[in-house]
Design a protein around this ligand. Sequence first.
Ligand code: MF3
Ligand code: CO
Length: 250
Amino acid sequence: MVLKTPDELAVMDRANSLVHDTLRLVAEAAAPGVSTKELDRLAEEHIRAGGGRPAFKGYHGYPATLCTSVNDVIVHGIPSADHKLRNGDVMGLDCGVVLDGFIGDAAITVPIGDMAPEAKRLLDVTRECLELAVEVVRPGSRLTDIGAVIQKHAEAAGFSVVRQLVGHGIGRSMHEDPQVYNFGPGGRGPALRPGLVLAIEPMVNAGVSGVMFDDDGWTARTEDGKLSAHFEYSVAVTENGPWVLGVGGA
Ligand code: MF3
Ligand code: CO
């Protein structure tokens, strides 16, 4: 596990600020009739104007700046000119930026037009899973405490946690050790130490937890076709507690 210096954390905070700015801009533009490709273009322009470059584009051959994961797509939906958003959709927006040698990575799930009550509950619960997980990111916690709070909250609401996809350490590389599970018993794994940065990304399904992949090798969908939601923050451990990079905290 690579620990970051305070100066490096300041760079990662700026990288994540650009990510969150971009997510806000894209979320405002997302509406019925807009294609996911148009949103991707908007994101790339904004990132480059801000002095960064897209972190996902070219990563193991991934072709775009954003992941746009609509309805039963859990994560890694590829933006397409043919895919126009429709009223009542929910869309995961995942964005990564490289700025001054460090990666920022965050995701939100947003409604397109009107949102059904059950979709709203799924989005609210998944966001709460992430917020509860953030509170764990402090010296004295163990790594698996994160997944334990996520699983408990999601399942108490009657939803299921995706097990095949995980969060990760992050820094100069997008995926560093350790893997961050969204389920399992707490109190295990390494102790969290100041300078560690974790991309925590609960993926919560309305129905079963199983995943299947499209032929493109990226698009991950729920096995039962029911809705899925995804929220992600890059969070630094500090002496004073969690620092949600690009957003705020200790
Ligand atoms: N937030 C995702 C992750 O950490 C985004 C990766 S998309 C990829 O795995 F295309 F870059 F892989
Ligand atoms: Co990530």
